[in-house]
Design a protein around this ligand. Sequence first.
Ligand code: SF4
Ligand code: SF4
Length: 430
Amino acid sequence: MSEPLGRLLTALGERTDYDAVSQCSRCGYCEQACPTYVATGREAYSPRGRNQLVRLMLEGKLEDPAAAEEALSTCLLCGACTTACYGKVATPDLVLEGRRSLRVRPHWLVRRLSRLMIESPGTLARLLKLGYLFKRLGLSRLGRPLLRAAGLPVLAAMDEHVDEAPRRLLDEELDALRAPGEGSAWSYFAPCGPRYLFPRVGAATWRALTALLGRGRFLENSCCGLLANNYGELEDARELARRNIVRAEAAGAGQIVGDCSSCVAFLKSYPQLFLGPSDAEWRSRAEAFAARVRDAVEVYGEEAGRLPLGDDSATVVYHDSCRALNGQGLKEEPRRAVKSCSGSCYREMPDAGVCCGGAGAFAFVHEELSDEILKRKVGGAASVQARVVVTSATSCLIQLARGFRKYYPEARVLHVSEFVAGALHDRHGT
Ligand code: SF4
Ligand code: SF4
């Protein structure tokens, strides 16, 4: 993994890593908000414990790097601790800085994937379509033991956990939806989840935004850089950020709307990638870019008064994606939209704001702990007899679908865009 950033943008302003971690007073107020602490009861798996490890690391006093690596790698980066903390200590960013300081080398697969996204997204798309064909034919299941034997248990877990195997990727879906001569009021930034795994979500976002905002344009992108930022090389994340900024500038003004809350939160955090002494120009361009970025759920929340009631009479609940709630502070906006489309069918579920245990690659790497956290989430949905669970991030879609298949098959999960587009279609046929 690359060098740490060294400086962070915290709620108190720009700080060095050491100043940022020193803001943790070790009060423990955040402990019960932390899913990994609640699931394990281990201090090292709590925000306070993780901050203490990062602090020791920065002071050069860390005695057991292997134990620290384990504690930091099991952080979901959900941000519930920061939301609960009076001082808004930036624990997830500090955990990432700790991982970088430990010089954990990214898995070759993550490095390769990052480079493919940057250098040849077309090749990535072709490989994915081949993989999906194998999956539909049932061949990938047979290959799981081979993947595990080849030292790729994460790929085997991904195949096991992810049920999707789309025939067409989003670019092909949108070809059928995009009218000639695109509009300019808004741009759609399609993150990798909707683009490569859930094209039905991206198509729903396009339809819903077009119905609500008029004609927009598709903003080409290779990836937001979140994968590289969290698991790979910072320089790859910076390169992707610069490309996205340049493309957005060339596309003109107007809001940039994305439909995976994790990626949107990362797009909004681009300025943090450019805090170095020679980065002043890119920092100001990143700030201008970030100011234009919107989560699709923000748009739906603002337009909630125009959203019709859908036809479905099943009980609907909303699950907060961590990077919508804790990463962007979006609590009421998505609820306003979902309530508008579900009326009296809407219920609030217990622990709606607690992480589902998906968290990017977490569910594939820490399967047991992830499953423990998932059970609590499914239990909350079952306790209100939810039939439709609506959310806004790719990881949550994968994880909740897996959880419902396994523990509560009465429920299904939808992205907010699918829910909103479905209601608009029921009412207006759009
Ligand atoms: S992160 Fe915040 S709430 Fe948690 S122990 Fe530190 S100061 Fe207290
Ligand atoms: S980001 Fe989430 S998992 Fe990590 S320490 Fe904070 S609350 Fe716990």
